[in-house]
Design a protein around this ligand. Sequence first.
Ligand code: NAD
Length: 420
Amino acid sequence: MSATAALDKTPYDVALENFDLAANALDLDDNLRARIKYPERILSVSVPVRMDTGKVVRFEGFRVQHSTLRGPAKGGIRFHPNVTVNEVTALATWMTWKCAVVNIPYGGGKGGVTCNPKAMSMGELERLSRRYASSILPLIGPERDIPAPDVYTTPQIMAWIMDTFSMNKGYPVMGVVTGKPICLGGSLGRNEATGRGVFYTTVSSCQHLQLAIPGARVVVQGFGNAGSIAAMLFHQAGARVIAASDSRGCVANPGGLDVPALIAYKERTGALAEFPGAPSLTPDELLATECEILVPAALENALTRDNAHAVRARIVAEAANGPVTPEADLILQEKGVFLIPDILCNAGGVTVSYFEWVQDENHLFWDENDVNLRLEKVMKRAFNDVLKIHLDRQVDMRLAANMLGVGRVADAARIRGLYP
Ligand code: NAD
């Protein structure tokens, strides 16, 4: 999905373009732009791993710190065959604006290793994770840069990274990564947080548009952590999840899929394909399914100028990062689709990561209800802040979110003082 013929811009081109649009709308001066636009650090590492065959394979890895102006860099680690430094830099840039949109005291960072974890054994994955953690060790730490899970990285992988970091320090450092298992300083509610944030911002959008959630038709592309949890919450709220997909197939049921059964089926078989009683669809048919809420929750560039015309949704809730290209944005706007931009929609994950870090640093843990209530408050406030800019300034929701994020980072840079 990341590389289709229809794309003439890289993810980082898009990130820079979005920055320029926001900076222009805010009328930011050139000195501030020069200070906040580009990544502070990019580390490229070689990750040699002994495979089970005995052969050593070298993987490429990256850690990008885009900004530490508002606090330590914060952002996930992606293990995927399409990872490039361009993609990681774009994701790190988005993290900066995202943390500012939800107003948590972090900058932005991101990491990744170009690999196919699905083709690796647990032992190979552990050696890869530990070696990568050792390589980026000089950059990370609770006070400087805090990784978390992203596509195809898990709480177990976070545990290995935390352990590798702690072994080097000689004492346990819980706050070096978030998204850890609960028994190792993880937060209750972290696993569900991204999907929960998608749900809260969509509920707020429905209130704004006077759409009812009960009975609303929902389509989810990418039934992983973010997508499946969002689907479950929509289902529990009385919406009908009428189609869902993963990398191996799409399933549909106009009457509403049995989401708990679908999650159990995916856990058991590893895929959605051939879920009983649900005919399959092509990926294009899924995105063109008529619905109230379309949730792209897989990877970048799901909606492009080639397929955005076919969308028949009232709301597009960007659970994934960068799933809609700038050309597709314009097409959706013309069609009157209400967009919940990624840096708002999927910010629930980083928000509860922040809660996890706060709990780790204080050695005091909250119950799940407390986490969810705090998350709801943060997401609703961020949604209202973005909506206000959208309405007051008559700009689209993506630009409104970027204006909020870029504006807050610019304020921090201004107040800290521009380096002469
Ligand atoms: P995940 O690995 O749990 O799930 C990804 C899902 O997408 C998998 O089910 C996979 O099969 C599916 N997928 C991959 N390619 C697909 C395709 N072409 N069509 C349909 N499905 C496809 O990952 P995740 O953590 O849920 O992340 C998904 C997106 O959400 C990413 O863009 C990620 O950056 C973003 N995100 C995740 C979090 C988080 O906390 N997990 C936070 C913020 C943003």
